[in-house]
Design a protein around this ligand. Sequence first.
Ligand code: MLT
Length: 407
Amino acid sequence: MVKLNDNYLKLPGSYLFSEIAKRVSAFTEANPDKKVIKLGIGDVTLPLTKSVIEAMHKAVDEMGAAATFRGYGPEQGYEFLRKAIAENDYCARGADIAPDEIFVSDGAKSDTGNIGDIFSVDNKVAVCDPVYPVYVDTNAMVGRAGDFNAETGMWNNLIYMPCLEENGFLPELPKERADIIYLCFPNNPSGVAMKRDELKKWVDYANENKSIILYDGAYEAYISEEDVPHTIYEIEGAKTCAIEFKSFSKNAGFTGTRCGYTVIPKELKVNGVEVRSLWNRRHTTKFNGTPYVTQRAAEAVYSPEGKEEVKGLIKYYMENAKIISDGLKKAGFTVYGGVNSPYIWLKVPQGMTSWEFFDYLLEKVNVVGTPGSGFGPSGEGYFRLTAFGSRDNTLEAIDRIVKTFEQ
Ligand code: MLT
C-alpha cells in the first residue's frame, strides 16, 4: 500500500489564511446583506502601475511575434532582471551582490517554503513566535519540526523565540544552538523593524555558530527609519551566513502577478560546499522559470518612472497604516507596527482570545483581521490589521471599530 507523508497528518487544521477565508465566506453566505471589509491577509488592492503595465503589454507583443517569441527562459531568471535587482537592491545600498547570486522565482512564499529542501531534516530550526506560518508548516511537512502539541500550540523540535511586548517584539538569541534561523524584518505579523546594530548580533551569532539565517525581507519597501537596514547584506559578515528572500508583491502590487527572488552569496558555504549550488540544482530541477512577461514587469519596477510609482503605492498604504493606528488608539487600543511596515499589531480587549476577537469583529463590526494566535502561541492576545485595503474601506472599517469600542 502507498504510504503517505504522515507529517502532513500532524499539521493542525488548515493553513491560517485558508481558515480565515473559510470563516469569512461562511459568514457572508449567511449574511449576504452585510458589507464585510477585509483587512486580514496582506493582499494589495491598488492596481499595477503604468510602467509595469506598459512593460507587460510590450512583452506580450514580443511573445506574439515569431522574431521575438521566447520559450523556456533561464530557470534562475533573465539576466536583465537579475542585473536590475543586483544594481538597485544591493549595489546601490553598498551590498555587493552579483546577478548570478540571485534566483528569480514566483514569490517569497514559494522560496521560503521550498528552501528547506536543501537542508537536512536533522537541523535544529529557530523561528520567531509569532511568525509567518509558512516557515513552521513547511518544516513540519518534512518532519523537521517534530510533533505538534495541541495544548501548547508548539512543535516539539522547533526553537521558539518569543517576540513579546516586553522585548519590543524582537527575538532574543536562542539559548539552545540553532542551525537555521528564520528572521523576517520588517516583521510579519508584528510590523516592527530590526535596527542595524541588532541585526549585527544575529549575523555574528550565525557566523560563530555556523548557522544560517533565512532572512525574509518582503516588506523592505516600507522601511521609513534611517537605522533600519534594507537588506541583511548591509551588515558585515552576512554573506557568509545569510540567505535573503524578497518579493515584488508588497512594493509593486504583484500578489497576483507573482514574482520574487532569493539571494545566496557565493561566500555562503557549508563544509566547503556552496549553498548556492544546491539551490541552483533544486531550482533548475523543480522550476522552469518565472514567465518572461512577468520578469519584464518586474524589471520596469526599477525604471525611474517605476521607482516613483512604487513610492506612490507605499505612501498610499502607509497613509492607511496611519489611519488605522490613529483610529485604534482613539478607540482605546494599544497598537504597534505601522511605521516601517504595512501591518498594525494591536492588543485585543482584555478577556478575549485572538480568535474570539476575530469572531466578534467579523460578526458585530463586519471587519476581517488576522488573529495573533494564528501566527504562534505568543501571538495570543494580539490581532493583525493590514494597511493594504482601499482608502474607502480602511476609513469605513476604522470608523466602525472606533464607534464600537470608543468609550
Ligand atoms: C500575510 O498576510 O501574512 C501575507 O499576505 C501572506 C503572504 O505574503 O503570503
